[in-house]
Write a protein that binds this ligand. Structure first.
Ligand SMILES: Cc1cc2nc3c(=O)[nH]c(=O)nc-3n(C[C@H](O)[C@H](O)[C@H](O)COP(=O)(O)O)c2cc1C
Length: 180
């Protein structure tokens, strides 16, 4: 079973990138998770370019999502929304339909008490209109700076919650697989 994870932050010390890297390490065979690191290299979405034929990096991003049994997205909250870089990446897969019916879990990690709940609502609304299967186990992580060290989540409660998210992704992917 193959999962793909996206972090909506390009920051070197990102708590959201720490979340997806930790989640990838929590996956046990037969589940594996690929952390996509190329969001920052995707060009700004342009419908003209999409119509003419998207560039190779966009095609590779689409193919990776297409190949995933489930997707984990961890988003920062900027100015009460998600990051531009994540929204841009999602715009490139609206037309391709790679996330239609795909199980997607949304995590938002923020230093604030709210855990990025407004960004979470933004990402979910975008995913909903794209036809993704948004998992109810999606997770806000409040006060997240104190739960990360050396690029990984180290808070036991959060690690447990991430394991629950991964289990929900596996269940949903399995159910989808048996329906097809
Ligand atoms: C321009 C800017 C706007 C921000 N706006 C919010 C916000 O609306 N809500 C929030 O919880 N945190 C906000 N933050 C704090 C981010 O959640 C924090 O920088 C976080 O570490 C970003 O995620 P990352 O560590 O994955 O890069 C903002 C930070 C910046 C630089």
């Amino acid at each position: 079973m193959k999962f793909v994870a996206l972090s909506g932050s390009l920051r070197a010390e990102s708590i959201n990138t720490a979340v997806v890297r930790t989640a990838a390490e929590l996956c046990l065979p037969p589940v594996s998770m690929t952390v996509y690191e190329g969001l920052g290299e995707l060009p700004f979405f342009n419908h003209d370019v999409e119509t003419e034929g998207p560039p190779p990096e966009v095609m590779a991003f689409r193919a990776l999502l297409e190949s995933a049994d489930a997707v984990l997205i961890s988003s920062p909250e900027y100015a009460h929304g998600t990051s531009g870089v994540l929204k841009n990446g999602l715009e490139w897969v609206v037309g391709g339909g790679e996330l239609v019916d795909k199980p997607v879990a949304v995590v938002t990690a923020s230093p604030s008490m709210t855990g990025g709940d407004r960004a979470q609502a933004w990402v979910k609304e975008t995913l909903e209109v794209m036809g993704a299967h948004i998992l109810p186990e999606s997770l806000p992580i409040p006060l997240a700076t104190a739960k990360v060290a050396a690029g990984r989540v180290n808070d036991e409660e959060t690690l447990g919650a991430l394991r629950d998210v991964l289990a929900a992704m596996a269940r949903a992917a399995k159910e989808r697989g048996t329906e097809e």
